[in-house]
Design a protein around this ligand. Structure first.
Ligand code: MN
Length: 198
């Protein structure tokens, strides 16, 4: 696990994003979903595993309908402090555009039925099948990250498991568009959100 790729891609003199730092495990692992209005709008889904935030870009955002599979494209590991970040990444910088914390909370690995350690979560991700429970403000209950296909056909999907929280047809990302931190939408963040421009 490393945040070297994360650091290499960014100029910390120019971006307000936090510098990479690993964190020793302790307490419940966190998750964050950041809505990111970059070249294409997407939702960055991040789970704390082994001192970093394992990350996937989900173009359409999470669904709470178990029949919907959402493409999740793996991206570089992010530092744990990134779970606090929202703001505006300046033009010409990597990932330029507004970011809001769409949801945040803790999570638990339940791949093999019972609560497991983070280390086992790392192994489950390498094996391409992670079942987990989210304890967020918006997202709760059980989800699956599933890898499918081989070589260039390899894809990850984020899927809601069937439980009492699952809800067919309801598009949470459309109905609830504000940050759980600032209450801003990503559009409001783009207009007013960068404190250095205030
Ligand atoms: Mn992103």
């Amino acid at each position: 696990m490393s945040v070297k790729t994360y650091e290499r891609k960014r100029d910390f003199a120019k971006t307000p994003e936090p510098r990479g730092r690993m964190r020793k495990p302790g307490g419940k692992p966190v998750f964050v979903i950041q809505q990111h209005d970059a070249r294409a709008m997407h939702y960055d889904f991040r789970l704390e595993v082994d001192g970093v935030l394992k990350s996937w870009a989900v173009p359409k955002g999470p669904s709470i309908d178990p029949k919907v599979k959402r493409l999740a494209v793996p991206t570089e590991d992010h530092p744990i402090d990134y779970a606090q970040f929202e703001g505006v990444i300046p033009a010409k910088q990597y990932g330029a555009g507004a970011v809001i914390v769409w949801d945040r909370g803790t999570w638990e690995n339940v791949t093999r039925g019972t609560a497991e350690t983070i280390k086992e979560a790392g192994r489950a991700i390498r094996d391409g099948h992670l079942v987990f429970e989210l304890f967020g403000k918006k997202l709760k209950g059980r989800f699956v990250l599933q890898r499918a296909g081989r070589g260039r056909e390899r894809r990850w999907f984020l899927i809601k498991s069937r439980d009492e929280i699952a809800s067919a047809g309801k598009e949470l990302v459309r109905r609830d568009r504000t940050s759980v931190v600032s209450g801003k939408t990503v559009e409001q963040m783009a207009q007013h959100g960068d404190p250095r421009e205030a």
